[in-house]
Design a protein around this ligand. Structure first.
Ligand code: ADP
Length: 294
């Protein structure tokens, strides 16, 4: 769905017949050619989480953002499409899980009443073994994750994409309805923000908006004096948000507690509801909701 005449993401409900853009739209062409069209999934906002490079905390942000949305009452789905490093199951303590079916639908893993998760990791025999999947295989898995998973009605579907650019992003944009755009996660230093700018260019090419920039590991919170240490030179996230003319959604500190929570497989909120780090995740979540709902 990348044709010039294609309706904006979210406006297309894939009733191609009678649509004024049917002659030029890629979705209509794809449907006519037997390619999968938009999945039948009841979701208000699909949010893609991207980064220019690995290791900047994209999965940590996806997991905690999804958890924050769910804990504020939003029905939330988290889809982990990072097939080369599916860390979401580990961060949520569900890495031994395999997908099960009920009737002809796949059951997501329900982490809380408001948060359901599927991960590419659930499809792999062993997540320490590298996998090589060609584009069509990925597209078929993503299509199943959208239309054959019993998500129930969702307010938000947070999609954790692999770093860089690739098939997964193209497929999800083609297949998911109501894609509001991408959140780009970066650490503050120049070598990371340069890659984040590249990711923003990629998003632009996909003809979806950049919803905003999240700076991760902005400052380090000293576990002893609780002061702020400017380890990577904070402010890089805001700088590229200004450069791109997109909202800056906030900065999350480098906090050993957040790393520990991820390694132990429980979302950070469970450890410390009142921590400044959790408050920063909540603030990012609030800015995100504001950006997509306005
Ligand atoms: P990515 O998805 O970008 O590859 P991850 O989310 O897997 O990155 O994070 C990489 C590592 O950094 C993980 O061990 C994670 O726990 C840690 N990490 C991420 N963000 C933070 C943070 N704000 N404070 C401390 N550790 C973090």
């Amino acid at each position: 769905m990348s044709g010039k005449e294609t309706p904006a993401s979210g406006e297309c409900d894939q009733k191609c017949e009678g649509c004024p853009s049917a002659a030029t739209c890629d979705t209509a062409k794809g449907t006519a050619a037997g390619l999968p069209g938009k999945a039948d999934i009841d979701v208000r906002h699909v949010i893609l989480v991207l980064s220019g490079k690995g290791g900047v905390g994209k999965s940590t942000v996806s997991v905690n953002l999804a958890f924050s949305l769910a804990s504020h009452g939003y029905k939330t789905g988290l889809m982990d499409l990072d097939i080369h490093g599916p860390n979401v199951p580990k961060m949520l303590g569900i890495e031994g899980h395999r997908l099960t079916t009920l009737g002809n639908m796949i059951e997501p893993v329900r982490v809380t009443g408001n948060l359901a998760v599927v991960s590419m990791g659930f499809l792999l025999p062993d997540i320490s073994t590298p996998v090589i999947w060609r584009g069509p295989m990925k597209m078929s898995a993503i299509s199943q994750f959208l239309s054959e998973v019993d998500w129930g009605p969702l307010d938000f579907l947070v999609v954790d994409l692999p770093p860089g650019t690739g098939d997964e992003a193209l497929s999800i944009i083609q297949l998911a309805p109501n894609v509001r755009g991408a959140v780009i996660v970066t650490t503050p230093q120049d070598v990371a923000t340069m890659d984040a700018l590249k990711a923003a260019k990629f998003v632009e090419k996909l003809e979806i908006p950049v919803i905003g920039i999240v700076e991760n590991m902005g400052v380090m919170l000293c576990p002893h004096c609780h002061g702020e240490i400017d380890l990577f030179g904070s402010g890089g996230g805001k700088k590229i948000a200004d450069q791109l003319g997109v909202p800056f959604l906030g900065s999350i500190p480098l906090d050993p507690g957040l790393r520990k929570a991820g390694d132990e497989g429980r979302p950070f909120i469970i450890r410390s509801k009142d921590s400044p780090t959790w408050k920063s995740v909540d603030a990012v979540m609030e800015q995100l909701v504001k950006a997509v709902e306005e």
